[in-house]
Ligand binder design. Structure first.
Ligand code: MLT
Length: 271
């Protein structure tokens, strides 16, 4: 089922599937850059017998509109996506625990929410993401892409990112599905997210104060958010669990959906 809500002048669209039991956990799956809710198809299908599963398109992505964001002269911030998700979660009126699952850029947004609106969710999953801010080189690369994306087009971004997203032996069919999603992304969403990610603060110091049950998941060969770094994130969050998914890269939820679904279901049902 697809649902649309209005938040601060934007139409936000999300896919919803799952358990009719009011006390079942609600998983809110936040996609990465520059993707869409399409990356969570296997989670929507595989987890919905056990949980309520909600997968939004972030503002400007997929079927969600921009509204009037960003305003002329405004530097985009991850706060915008976080505020949207806070409103979306409130609209769900969940009786059971809300599990915020942030993949990569979605993880940066989840950490933003852990800082600014921790009461919006009951448990946290950080998946293939980072707590550190960008170094100068990474920030410069983002600003260059934001500057040039309208001449480059999203397909060039897909080709630039592709070598970093997957393990060496991930089937080409899976790679091509993700390449197609990136290539269809609105260049304005790419520019806004790159500027927002470049401006995000370092969240390393926040980790020790996260007081929610937390699961950290990473693909063994993740080239963007390395496994060793994510193990460090788990070690810094009190009581956090750590799962490394063998044989896959950054796109663990699409490369190894069964292993990722098993980790998410076990965590959600433990709450
Ligand atoms: C993502 O998958 O969301 C991006 O690779 C994150 C990033 O660009 O840092």
């Amino acid at each position: 089922m697809t649902i649309a809500i209005e938040v601060d002048n934007a139409r936000l669209v999300y896919a919803a599937a799952g358990s009719p039991y009011p006390q079942a956990p609600t998983l809110v799956l936040v996609h990465g850059f520059p993707l869409s809710r399409a990356m969570w198809q296997a989670q929507l299908e595989g987890l919905s017998p056990r949980c309520r599963v909600v997968a939004p398109d972030l503002r400007g992505y997929g079927e969600s509109s921009f509204g009037d964001w960003p305003a002329a002269g405004e530097t985009p911030s991850l706060d915008r996506y976080a505020d949207d998700l806070e409103a979306l979660i409130a609209s769900l009126q969940a009786d059971g625990p809300v599990v915020l699952v942030g993949f990569s850029m979605g993880g940066y947004i989840a950490l933003n929410m852990a800082r600014r609106c921790p009461d919006a969710f009951d448990a946290l999953v950080l998946m293939d993401t980072r707590a550190a801010a960008d170094d100068d080189t990474a920030r410069a690369t983002r600003l260059k892409m934001a500057d040039h994306i309208h001449e480059w087009g999203a397909a060039r971004v897909a080709e630039l990112m592709r070598p970093k997203l997957f393990a060496m032996d991930t089937p080409e069919r899976i790679v091509q599905e993700t390449v197609a999603v990136i290539s269809a992304t609105d260049p304005a969403a790419i520019a806004a997210s790159q500027l927002a990610m470049a401006a995000r603060p370092d969240s390393t110091g926040l980790l020790g104060s996260i007081a929610k049950p937390t699961l950290v998941v990473v693909g063994e060969h993740d080239a963007i958010s390395p496994s060793a770094e994510m193990r460090g994130i788990a070690a810094a969050i009190p009581g956090a669990r750590f799962v490394e998914v063998p044989g896959v890269g950054h796109m663990a939820p699409v490369e190894a959906p069964e292993a990722v679904n098993a980790a998410l279901a076990e965590f959600a049902e433990s709450l």
